[in-house]
Design a protein around this ligand. Sequence first.
Ligand code: ATP
Ligand code: MG
Length: 414
Amino acid sequence: MTNRVCLVHYHEIGLKGKNRATFENQLVTNLKRALRGQRVSAIKRVSGHILVSFEDGQATDEQANLIAQVPGVARVSLAYLCGLDERQYCDAAVRALGEAGSFETFKVHARRSSTAYELHTLDIHRLVGGVLCEAFPTKKVQMHDPDVTVYVLVVQGSVYVYAASRVGVGGLPVGTAGKVVTLLSSGFDSPVATWMVGRRGATCVPVHFSGRPMTSDSSEWLCQDIVEALAPAGIIGRLYVVPFGECQRDISLAVPQSLRIITYRRMMIAVSERIARLEGAKALVTGESLGQVASQTLENIAAVNEMATMPILRPLIGSDKMEIMRRAEQIGTHELSSQSVEDCCTLFMPRRPETHARMDAVHEAWDSFDHDAMIEQLVDHVEYVDYDFCPSYKPPRQIRSWHRELAPADWEQE
Ligand code: ATP
Ligand code: MG
């Protein structure tokens, strides 16, 4: 039986000059992690593709599906791996076309990566095309925009044949764009925002503010489930949790009702930026979308923005809720986000939040309590959970002196 392998296609974007090797090596590393437990025998670069083969020689749809979820993967094909034997690769072409679903028109596209093989691409087109016409007598060859293209790729003594490919998530390999801290609630938006910057190659470190001890810890569990749902993308290595309930109570006692939410958000940004500095992250990320809720007007965004010195990325700023929900469904967080749990957002909510905050009022509220002491205290009580989904995540070394009891066990041996 002819072996089947996964042939991974990636975009040329980001592949210029010396970036190319970094990009490809990171993608290989990320694929290895995503395919742990799948009995992979080799992952290697071949002629502008990455080839994944498995111990039993028979790559499956399930494996192709895992690969398709890894950022940087544009497409993945279950290809037949043949030798330079004409009969073998023609048979594979018949099988590949037979599996391509319903179609009326097709063409053959051959490529040789070396000239060592005596047949030229035109000869291969003629040979394979002839065999396919005999095998599918009612179907037509069409050179322009056919329903199916059968690819025949000759690389170093092997021939890869495939027709169908599944679309991958695209983007860039995680680990090629630096680190970001993302503010993660258990709502629909922030998991999608996190995934989107992860897809652009950023290693994501989510921070969740929980209402504990004034609420239960259910939002924390939900955030952990969300991180696990995002595991196939390999973007997250650690989740920080900040118990925020008591501080929210103190804020709610100190500031006018209408400015509570803005003040909570300012505090979240200040604490997240501290964590970002500790982590060596270069930007913060939120799931805000312009005008979606009271806190997301331009005035309120400005009032929150001034708490950060690093950029705040808002990948969903121009997205509609329906688009965000569709994406949530696609990345597997929709169902989790639709569970309603108590979190810090439901705690001490004002009846009428300010929608167009005046900066002087915001500053007055901010100065009406010891905000610096609160930031220190929150940073001191941060907790975290580690995950092994993301090979590019490196925990900060300072955390040992900062939080010795929370440091991972193996750090003691360093
Ligand atoms: P989401 O669906 O992400 O919860 P939302 O539409 O409910 O967003 P807000 O509640 O105004 O909007 O939150 C705006 C952004 O602030 C969120 O997308 C998230 O990035 C951040 N955020 C809100 N609540 C929390 C929280 N409890 N912990 C961490 N970040 C939060
Ligand atoms: Mg929310």
